[in-house]
Design a protein around this ligand. Structure first.
Ligand code: ZN
Length: 262
């Protein structure tokens, strides 16, 4: 079974302050190893569980976070190609999507570094009227290819959100948010044991057919509420987007593949 692993940085074990996810800062450079370590154990677990091929998306901040010389040589690594090819290699031949290092959607209480796409401009995002963060959107994107989400790792709030969207998936909480900017962490070694065990279980369960993809039927309504009206102004030039009020825009899409495409 082929497994796709999409990764972010906020929900990586041992990361407990914002500077560690800010590209270019000194704490970020050191935190890249923490990112690589969590992903490597997820890959190892996936192979333990019977994966035949693993592709990893380096997703945080547009990519280039992974230090490839540190990465498991059995997997292959890619970055977002464009807003319609967010996970470029993902297609219907994959059997499961693992989300590593997740954060909760914008506005989540005690979600470590909670946000939805842009912490500077996105206030709320809705899919068919349901408030949705990045975890849900990734599941919708994969659902277009009939690939189910099988596992999530991140802080406690991200895991709770993952389980709300995708019942019964494997979830590994490597820390607990203390407000938005602090976290109570497990040591990476313990987190790694849990991630590896869960990834193996997730793949075994996927092979047993225990998960279903979230395949939304078109038309799908996406609605974006921005922080300020001037953030919504640029959408006016997009004929596919309808301005609902000063700071809310709406679009109807015809497949889950378009979920990140504005
Ligand atoms: Zn991120």
């Amino acid at each position: 079974m082929k497994i796709y692993i999409s990764t972010d940085m906020e929900g990586i074990s041992g990361i407990n302050m914002i500077e560690q996810v800010q590209i270019g800062s000194a704490p970020y450079e050191a935190a890249r190893k923490l990112l690589c370590d969590d992903i490597n154990v997820a890959i190892a677990g996936a192979y333990d569980g019977g994966a035949t091929e693993v592709v990893v998306l380096d997703g945080h901040g547009g990519g280039q976070n992974l230090r490839l010389e540190m990465m498991d040589s059995r997997a292959k690594y890619e970055t977002v190609k464009n807003t319609l090819e967010v996970m470029p290699s993902l297609d219907h031949t994959f059997g499961g999507l693992i989300l590593v290092g997740c954060h909760a959607m914008a506005g989540t209480l005690n979600g470590f570094l909670d946000h939805t796409q842009s912490s500077a401009s996105w206030f709320n995002f809705y899919v068919n009227g349901r408030k949705c963060g990045e975890i849900g959107q990734e599941g919708i994107y994969a659902g277009h290819f009939r690939v189910p989400v099988v596992m999530v790792t991140g802080d406690k709030a991200a895991c709770k959100e993952g389980l709300e969207f995708f019942k019964g998936i494997e979830a590994v909480a490597v820390k607990e948010g203390l407000g938005r900017n602090r976290a109570k962490c497990l040591v990476p070694e313990r987190a790694h044991e849990m991630i590896r065990e869960s990834a193996a279980r997730a793949v075994r369960r996927a092979k047993a057919g225990e998960f279903s993809p979230w395949a939304l039927e078109p038309p799908i309504e996406i609605k974006l509420e921005l922080y300020r009206s001037d953030y919504a102004d640029p959408f006016e030039t997009n004929p596919a987007v309808e301005r609902l009020d000063a700071r809310t825009v709406r679009k109807v899409i015809q497949s889950g593949r378009e979920i990140f495409h504005w």
